[in-house]
Design a protein around this ligand. Sequence first.
Ligand SMILES: Cc1cc2nc3c(=O)[nH]c(=O)nc-3n(C[C@H](O)[C@H](O)[C@H](O)COP(=O)(O)OP(=O)(O)OC[C@H]3O[C@@H](n4cnc5c(N)ncnc54)[C@H](O)[C@@H]3O)c2cc1C
Length: 482
Amino acid sequence: MSNVRTVAVIGGGISGLSTAFALHEQAAAAGIPIRCTVVDSAPVWGGKIVTHRVGNLVTEAGPDSFLSQKPAALDLCKKLGLTDELINTNETGKRASVYSHGRLHELPEGLVVIAPNQLGPFLRSGLLSWTGLARMGLDLALPVKRSTEDESLAAFFRRRLGRQAFERMLEPLMAGIYAGDAEQMSLQATFPRFVELEQQYGSIIRGMMASKKDGPPATRSSPKRTMFISLKNGLSDLVASLVRRLTDQGVTLKENCTVDALRVRSHQPGRWMYDVILSGGTALSVDSLVLATPAYVSAELVRPLTPIAGGLLELIPYASTATIAMAYPRASVSNAAEGFGFVVPRIEGRDLIAATWTSLKWPHRAPPDQLLARCYVGGVGRETILQLDDQALVARVREEMADICGVTAEPVYVEVNRWMKAMPQYTLGHLERLNQLEAALSRYGGLILTGAGYRGVGIPDCIRDGAIAAERVVRYLSGERS
Ligand SMILES: Cc1cc2nc3c(=O)[nH]c(=O)nc-3n(C[C@H](O)[C@H](O)[C@H](O)COP(=O)(O)OP(=O)(O)OC[C@H]3O[C@@H](n4cnc5c(N)ncnc54)[C@H](O)[C@@H]3O)c2cc1C
């Protein structure tokens, strides 16, 4: 009997592809011969990562960059030989703004990802009133919450930094990342670092200031990276590179192939064979299986095996959004476009969540005589706008742009990308539900879940979680062998 172990990865977004990549690496290191197949229902690889190249424009329908602080994506780019393709944001105009009370206010520079690490810039920004600033400063003196119970992002930031700082500054930044409602989102699942900062330093501001001092020193070997980085010709190059590497490694890649169902057979106590039923009725039988599909898809696949796991997966809600790319003649918007863009707090009651001046952030994404912008709409509680057809949606977004930043020019290029049920929401109790999910699936050794629905939505989180999934497969397969 062959000792080659078979593994299927379902879903060829960044999570599934990086799982397959890590699997090859880790199985080789453990001396386990494997045959891996990656299956995706779409005709193209990459899931949410979709770059469009139209003439001299490079637009991103989904993610446009990733955080450099989390090393997984940078490390993967290095392994794939993409380091020379990495680009920093244009530091000359790195300001961002927030829309409040009818005008744009520059966001204070001391805001690291979403919390303050210096107070000076806040005092100067004019975004918060004196009472708002004083309330934010109270964070330095407030008692620490000792209970370990999960708390919503809104409750936590209102408690520590006050209502004004939360509503005008933090809420729109969080909505920009998760397209979520901070009143429902779990602090522990989205920003666990803030729980640690409160516990360790007794204050978010003190904690952020201390972490800034403790930051890693720049080294000669690693070039300076800005907070957000991308690839010169778009993030699809990461996907293309992964697909090439997997093909070279002998991984079978099946696109245009939907997984309709899973069956499980026990051939020895505690050992399973998984039959992956593909569209068209054929089956792929494997020793181990990684589901890198959205949680609601995985819910239907595992439900016949364990209804409890199916039910828990179904409880992870997904928000729908749309990105609208618009290129303007540069001269017609030069006064209005400044910095990287702006975010719009929920309390302003607008349809636009955020807008980025893409080609100010990454200059070569548009020819010099054009300015490429990307607008972001939808998200939890703001999804009605997605019912409009493309023409009406663009008209609405253009009205918002005119009101918020005075851009009335006719775009020379427009692209609407709809993302239905695309952004997983880590609502209160998310981590507890993940524990219950693990328990419900524990019977099925070798069946592993990964993807944006669980332990981080950003690209680096998905890559890191994919590597952990691969490690679990290899551990399972080596245990099985022994
Ligand atoms: C508009 C938008 C902007 C974003 N911006 C950023 C950003 O700037 N930076 C960042 O780090 N992150 C960003 N994100 C988040 C990040 O892009 C995603 O969380 C991440 O790409 C998800 O990867 P994934 O592989 O887990 O899921 P997906 O990309 O959704 O992949 C899942 C795959 O499963 C396949 N599939 C589904 N059902 C089946 C089935 N039955 N059989 C076979 N295959 C199936 C799908 O076709 C898909 O390819 C953004 C997301 C969106 C939507």
